[in-house]
Design a protein around this ligand. Structure first.
Ligand code: PRX
Length: 685
């Protein structure tokens, strides 16, 4: 498995539009690290024939192995229905409930085992160990309340705007028990962003928490609920009930008063449902389980709809074989449940396998960068999962901290963005003490679960590469003209997946046309075709495949900036800036950042006659935070006299990106206003 191909510099790569890739860090091919024999000896998946079992000629029946990890009320009849491409339907005829599979079925064997270790951010607050029995009781009581007090039933949507607390998986599972479609919005998002998602999903009920700890402070969170409900109302949608969990039960920790007739303190109201049990609702395999909003090429976030049967089968199988989760493992994924990673690999995957899953409330480096290793030591965590951004921050703030603790990981994951080989090696040597396997998992909100990763008990690791496709996934890289790049060519192009898979999202909520257009139209061979082979899935990432079959992901090819492993739409940020009355034009570009991977730089131009000032720049930054959340806060706002433009008036973001990244913008002589480039460069210094 040798590889002597080093990647060509981005400028020579054949795809013209690989925007983030053009400023991505490029590094040479790295040497392999073999998985430790102790890991292989206990691994769930070590059979190299697995890839033959999942070859394309075994498709789609091979995915039976995924679905067989679950308990079905009724076994399915058709593995894959392709009659209405690209709206694939998996395990048709089957009936199932996700909550039953994550909770009830474990009770006979694991009643007293911890399902969720909730670790509060304040270190003096005790860790809460919720057993499967307790989870069962709390989920049932909440499901009874949702059904009988809120009148919710299968197919209704509920928006959750909850922080990282044990009540979040309890709430998701209570919804899943009833077939109610949950839409959890990342707690760091603003009330406005939450309101938009409430309106889009038409949720009549919002579930939130009064407050939570982050960075040493108890943040008022309920205040965002009031904004969210107002925003939804402006969009013509009314919220009937706001259910509020208390961070400290019995004590209300928000400065805003509950609204009479609308707001309900959940911890109190739940007392009326003590002891109630609700039978899990038997749902068709292709009923929606949840919506997860993500950024795309237009301003409006897309509600990715995931199914009960296919999704759960996919996350259970990948949790078992790529995360190597056994029921006796203590598994900690430090992502936020408000993102897809948390849904798939904190809640649904690990709990479907009866693992103990850690939910940590706060900032990894609070109160100091030794915190994660103390938590791992105390709970005896043996599988650890996080993002390159968190790894970079922990390395910067406490490069030797992991050596001070007696934690022992058998397995570690990175997800969400490319990881620099140097950072990977620190993770391996210092955090993993050289004894853990690492999987670099490439996937997306839309894909439900992993697409590319090494199988940890089979493949050697290669720093900086996500690895080959996982069993059952068959990628292809196309150039902009639709030609397939030869496999293993080392050339960059647009990565697609040839075949459907059970974890893939079913559609964009209320926008099936956009689903087809954005993901399936670009390389579709024949829009009339009923054959899945004619409908490759476009991931929207630039990628290259080395001769050994490992993929390296180069970044987005669309207008999305990946900040700290989280997708932000450039249009969303720009529209927020345009809300400031002084601003006439706004352009956002990704800037490489040592810790966060990418951060946004925002360029704005003002109405004629207005004088640029720091106050206007601050107003623009504040508008972005109000509209989207602190995660989107620009590194800086540069007020420019005019944007660099093509003769047809298009803003040349590439020129701005080069300036922000300290690179040469190249030949700008074809611009309508080439002289502006020098003045922008001076202003952006
Ligand atoms: O660009 C890829 C990057 O994150 C995008 C997906 O973001 P999101 O839907 O928020 O899901 C994040 C968690 C799966 C991808 O299109 N990305 C994700 N994982 C990797 C990655 N880039 C490089 N390496 C990865 N392992």
């Amino acid at each position: 498995m040798s590889d002597d191909k080093s990647p060509r510099p981005a400028a020579q790569q054949p795809t013209a539009e690989v925007s983030e890739a053009q400023i991505a860090v490029h590094w040479p091919e790295e040497a392999y690290f073999p998985p430790p024999p102790q890991f292989i000896a206990q691994a769930n998946l070590t059979d190299p024939d697995i890839f033959a079992r999942f070859s394309l000629d075994k498709f789609p029946e091979c995915f039976k192995e995924f679905a067989d990890l679950l308990d079905w009320y009724k076994y399915w009849e058709t593995t894959l229905d392709t009659s209405n491409p690209p709206f694939w339907r998996w395990f048709v005829g089957g009936r199932i409930n996700a909550c039953y599979n994550c909770v009830d079925r474990h009770l006979p064997k694991y009643r007293n085992k911890t399902a969720i270790h909730f670790v509060p951010e304040p270190e003096h607050e005790a860790v809460h160990h919720l057993t499967y029995q307790e989870l069962y009781v709390r989920v049932n009581e909440l499901a009874a309340l949702l059904r009988d007090f809120c009148g919710l039933k299968a197919g209704d949507r509920v928006t959750l705007h909850m922080p990282m607390v044990a009540e979040l998986p309890v709430t998701m599972l209570a919804c899943a028990r009833l077939g109610v479609i949950h839409s959890q919005v990342f707690s760091g998002f603003s009330g406005k962003a939450c309101g938009d998602r409430i309106a889009d999903s038409e949720s009549r009920v919002l579930i939130t928490m009064d407050a939570y700890y982050r960075g040493g402070k108890l943040l008022d969170h309920k205040e965002k609920a009031d904004i969210a409900v107002d925003e939804a109302a402006k969009a013509g949608h009314q919220v009937d009930k706001v259910l509020i969990w208390q961070r400290h039960p019995g004590q209300y920790s928000s400065a805003t008063t509950p609204v009479e007739g609308r707001d309900v303190l959940l911890n109190e109201r739940l007392r009326q449902y003590r002891g109630q049990r609700v039978a899990p609702v038997s749902l068709p395999a292709e009923a929606p389980l949840f919506l997860m909003y993500t950024s795309g090429t237009t301003g409006r976030p897309k509600g990715c709809q995931h199914s009960v049967g296919g999704y759960l089968a996919y996350v259970a199988w990948t949790s078992k074989n790529i995360q190597d989760i056994h029921p006796e493992d203590v598994y900690w994924c430090m992502a936020d449940i408000g993102w897809i990673t948390g849904h798939s690999y904190i809640v649904y995957g690990p709990l479907a396998l009866a693992a103990s899953s850690v939910v940590y409330e706060g900032v990894p480096t609070h109160p100091d960068p030794g915190r994660p290793w103390r938590i791992a030591e105390e709970l005896d965590v043996n599988i650890f999962h996080t993002s390159p951004t968190a790894i970079r921050a922990l390395r910067r703030d406490g490069p030797d901290e992991p050596t001070k603790y007696h934690h022992h990981f058998k397995h570690m994951t990175t997800v969400g963005e490319p990881i620099e080989p140097e950072v990977w090696k620190w993770y391996h040597k210092v955090v993993g003490k050289g004894a853990a396997v690492i999987v670099d998992t490439w996937w997306q909100t839309e894909t439900g679960g992993f697409l590319c990763s090494t199988v940890p008990g089979i493949h050697p690791m290669k720093p900086g590469s996500a690895g080959p496709a996982i069993p059952g996934i068959h990628p292809v890289i196309y150039d902009d003209e639709g030609q397939e790049l030869p496999s293993g060519s080392g050339m960059a192009g647009n990565i697609c997946i040839r075949n459907p898979w059970p974890g893939a999202f079913q559609t964009i909520w209320k926008d099936p046309e956009r689903y087809v257009r954005q993901y399936y139209s670009r390389y579709c061979r024949d829009p009339q075709s009923k054959d899945w082979r004619d409908w490759p899935y476009l991931a929207g990432d630039g990628a290259m495949q080395a001769a050994d079959g490992y993929y390296r992901i180069l970044g987005r090819i669309d207008d999305v900036i990946n900040v700290a492993g989280h997708r932000l739409g450039t249009k969303e940020i720009e529209s927020a800036a345009l809300l400031v009355p002084e601003v006439v034009e706004a352009a956002v570009v990704p800037v490489s950042d040592d810790v966060k991977g990418k951060v946004p730089d925002l360029y704005v131009s003002l109405k004629p006659g207005l004088v640029p000032s720091a106050a206007i720049a601050d107003k623009v930054a504040a508008a972005v935070v109000d509209e989207i959340g602190a995660i989107a806060r620009p590194r800086r706002v540069v007020v420019v006299p005019d944007m660099p433009k093509t003769r047809s008036g298009k803003i040349m973001r590439r020129v701005l990106a080069a300036i922000s990244n300290g690179q040469d913008p190249g030949d700008v002589s074809t611009l309508a206003n080439p002289e502006i480039v020098g003045s922008i460069r001076d202003l952006a210094k």
